[in-house]
Design a protein around this ligand. Sequence first.
Ligand code: C2E
Ligand code: MG
Ligand code: MG
Ligand code: MG
Length: 281
Amino acid sequence: AAKYTGADRAREHTSALDATAQHHAELAAGLRRGLERGEFKLLYQPIVELPSGSVAAVEALIRWQPNDQPVISPAEFIPVAEHSGLIIDLGAWIIDTACADAAAWQLRYGTAGPLVSINVSARQLLDPDLPGMVADALSRHGLTPDRITIEITETAVFAGGAAMETVRELRELGVGVALDDFGTGHSSLTLLRTCPVTTLKVDKSFIDDLNGTAEQEAIASSLSTIAATLGLRAVAEGVETQDQADRLHALGYRYAQGFHFSRPIPAPDIDALLNAPVLTA
Ligand code: C2E
Ligand code: MG
Ligand code: MG
Ligand code: MG
């Protein structure tokens, strides 16, 4: 039998890399076609006020359903869209669609309607046209700027100096800016001194750990105190149980999001929730 050599291993490694590159190239082409064919949709996940469970806001979360195929999650295709540059056009579609839905809710419910959070990735935040794109979408849909919040990540802010300027321009427009996955980066607290955000989304990992130990409660509680002291909203992410919701409320959290309240759902289902009284059991 042939001996398995280092050269064989190297060749296998190379072909695995080629396969990955090819998979990415196919995905990128599919994404571009998908955007032309209207294969994307936005779902909305409620962000509720504690303890009532009433819907204060919703986060837009993208889904891709290529023709007759299963839904593909953003964790899989957003990095490819970023790498290929398509995220700029896809991002414009996301901003426009979310603003259209937000404007419909504003018309229907006025200031009682849900605020709408929109995720942007690092490459979008580095695009100097982003604030202009947001301003255009607001005016096209007749939407008040404070009805939307742009969700950014710490990694994106540190990706380049221009990102911070973009955040300032977004704030000048009057839109909210949320730091997503807060606490998971390398310099979360440093960033709070310089980056003019309006909301901290406390990462799910801190919520998962809320099991009654003093240390975990102290961390979750301190994060909500920091937000309150700086005049920022704190939203707890990834709440999956009633027990977590109760603890979070006791620790001073006013807003929470997670499967316990609702999974991401289509826009009309949000209306159904708004017309029903509360989400908590
Ligand atoms: P994210 O912005 O932190 O969004 C929260 C993610 O956590 C969503 O996953 C949501 O479905 C999930 N989630 C919410 N509550 C729970 C819970 O209680 N338990 C668990 N296990 N998960 C929960 P999703 O929709 O798959 O999105 C994943 C990530 O993809 C997002 O993380 C965001 O970084 C990115 N993403 C999603 N939509 C967009 C978009 O429109 N534009 C951009 N640039 N990125 C997006
Ligand atoms: Mg988010
Ligand atoms: Mg998040
Ligand atoms: Mg998160």
